[in-house]
Design a protein around this ligand. Structure first.
Ligand code: PHE
Length: 349
């Protein structure tokens, strides 16, 4: 019995927590093996009781030593598990943490979401449409006659095209989000109050100020008695929410085939506050969007009675909004995925 006890003591002293894989569970197994009800300790104690009295003193001391060794070891193991291990016992919490690099949204997504949110607050819902469109939805239904020169304003990427003729069935990459207006009006009765964010494509040489892919957010409001005053107030509200409460707007007459009258909207320069600086080229104003009252021809083409209903529409470039808001100088930065650029916007949402 003495040798057995000595062996156990030896085993206990040599036990190392590092050898345990599932540490918390193995520590418990270790405790049960030595100190549990049917464990080594109790078993030896039963044998001890049967010993002749003259051996009891020596064995008693040895057993005590074994018990103390087991208890001390279990205590040591438990402390280790509690202090250094997390609950599933797999990680050493004293290890230096791995740096978890968090992803972030692209500045264009953030800007697009912000624009959508501002309009959502005044009851606009979001609609999306296809990027591969047909001529009918992008041009014809929007009052671009088949030979209308305004088609040339938008350098279209064609996918399937009749040679030398524009056909409503031509398949193309949409050059603006205005085609979604048509799709919404075709299937929904007024009141319609939607904004339509999306990617658009134009066959332009890539430079700091132009790209062949960019993003627009379009807005459309059609109901009885919608007036130009509604358009102006809606856009003033938007400009103040987007660029700050002191922002002013001005509208300049312009031309789009699908709106009449049409306007281009400027905001007071958010850098110099309107005094004139190199961002606004000394004018104090920055052009941000196109807008107008939906041309009655467009309403009629979409099955909405233009005698009963009126509407306004507007469209803005998301890249331009973000450029003005965050003073980004070069459009190409948006698409190059240079981390030094992307990380500058980690905290904007
Ligand atoms: N679709 C126009 C463009 O791409 C913008 C616009 C939208 C203008 C809606 C008026 C109304 O330039």
């Amino acid at each position: 019995m003495k040798t057995l006890i000595t062996q156990y003591i030896e085993e206990i002293r040599n036990a190392r927590i590092e050898d345990f894989k599932d540490k918390a569970a193995e520590v418990e197994q270790f405790r049960v093996r030595f100190l549990g009800r049917k464990g080594v300790m109790n078993e030896l104690f039963e044998q001890f009781k049967a010993l002749p009295n003259e051996q009891k003193k020596e064995m008693g001391i040895a057993l005590n030593e074994l018990k103390n060794a087991a208890m001390a070891k279990v205590e040591e193991f438990k402390n280790f598990v509690e202090e250094k291990m997390d609950t599933d016992g797999c990680h050493d919490l004293t290890m230096p943490a791995d740096f978890a690099q968090r992803g972030s949204r692209h500045v264009l997504s953030v800007t697009m979401n912000e624009i959508a949110e501002i309009f959502a607050r005044i009851g606009f819902t979001i609609e999306e449409g296809p990027e591969i469109e047909d001529d009918y939805h992008v041009f014809t239904a929007l009052n671009f006659a088949l030979d209308h020169p305004a088609r040339d304003m938008q350098d279209t990427f064609f996918i399937e095209k009749e040679p030398n003729v524009n056909k409503p069935t031509d398949v193309l990459l949409r050059t603006h989000t205005s085609g979604v207006q048509v799709r919404v009006m075709e299937r929904q009765k007024p009141p319609i109050r939607v904004i339509m964010p999306g990617r658009v494509f134009r066959n332009e040489a890539i430079s700091a100020r132009a790209h062949c892919i960019f993003h627009q957010v379009e807005g459309l409001y059609v109901d009885k008695k919608v007036t130009f005053a509604d358009l102006k107030q809606t856009l003033l509200y938007f400009a103040k929410e987007m660029f700050g409460p002191d922002t002013q707007i001005r509208l300049r007459p312009s031309y789009f085939p699908f709106t009449e009258p049409s306007a281009e909207m400027d905001i007071s320069c958010n850098i110099c506050g309107g005094k004139g600086c190199n961002i606004c080229k000394g004018t104090g104003w920055l052009e941000i969007l196109g807008c107008g009252m939906v041309d009655p021809n467009v309403l009629d083409a979409c099955g909405i009675d233009s005698k009963e209903y009126t509407g306004f529409a507007f469209g803005m470039g998301v890249e331009r909004m973000a450029m003005l808001k965050y003073q980004i100088r070069d459009l190409r930065l948006y698409f190059e995925n240079d981390l030094r650029f992307l990380h500058q916007f980690d905290n904007i949402i």
